[in-house]
Design a protein around this ligand. Sequence first.
Ligand SMILES: *[C@@H]1O[C@H](CO)[C@@H](O)[C@H](O)[C@H]1NC(C)=O
Ligand SMILES: *[C@@H]1O[C@H](CO)[C@@H](O)[C@H](O)[C@H]1NC(C)=O
Length: 283
Amino acid sequence: MYFILAITLVFASSYGQYSVANQLSSAGTAKRTVNALLVIDVQNCFISGSLALPHSPADVIPIINNLLKTIPFDLVVYSHDWHPSNHISFFNNLNDRRQYIKPGTKVPDQPYQVVTYTGPKVETEQMLWPTHCVQNTGDANLHASLVQTTLKGEIFHVRKGIDPDLDSYSAFYDNQKLYKTELDDILRQRNVTRVFVVGLATDYCVAYTALDANDLNYATYVVEDACRGVTNASVQAQIAYMKRQGVKIIHSNEVRSLISGAALTQLSFSLMLAVLFVFYFTN
Ligand SMILES: *[C@@H]1O[C@H](CO)[C@@H](O)[C@H](O)[C@H]1NC(C)=O
Ligand SMILES: *[C@@H]1O[C@H](CO)[C@@H](O)[C@H](O)[C@H]1NC(C)=O
């Protein structure tokens, strides 16, 4: 009986592989799924530093660490908000940029208000933030407890918001889409088909990155419990908008089955065949 079981398992699993391979090649255009994890701005500034988010942002770290330690992503990219001290997004630089404030528009009197600048590069409606994530300061470091190793893939770091005159919520482009970062090239060169986005903040850098990934034709998943936002209202609005655009919003406990889905289907198919054969031969 064990002999029959062994023979059957071997047969069933090779049949399973054959049929999966066959389906893939007959589909012709079917591509291997290549998965990237994008860890957005899990930096001191947004957790305990200069622009600390209100709803316990540190809680995302164990969730992200668990993904890194248990899921074999093909590559992992960490983004960093990486501003020069004269950056356009800082409320404290408003005075130095007075000549660019559009005549007749409201002049903010505190952070978290929007200013309309006419330049120096392009006209832009800029949200003014407290000074945050200044290059080469401890505030801009990735949080010390964030895991920076992976089970199998390569690791990359992408820095954004480096140009004093452009803000960049997305890890793919600046907010005006004048320039691309290296992220899309990194993903394309490695044939990435699917991205999982985690980190800070849901309603800004996570949402902008996910929407760009979706526009760039990556199957895009935002792992909602692995993200925290700035305000609940804008988190709700951005989640709804991302869903309408085709971004999938998931929970961290769904990632494993998405990534091993094909392999699991094949395994359970093989096991089912094996059980049927054993049942048949032993009765
Ligand atoms: C990406 O896909 C192309 C075309 O199918 C292939 O030639 C190349 O080797 C792949 N690159 C990697 C890194 O897998
Ligand atoms: C906002 O969201 C946080 C985190 O999800 C939650 O703890 C808090 O109660 C919410 N606040 C309001 C006013 O809904």
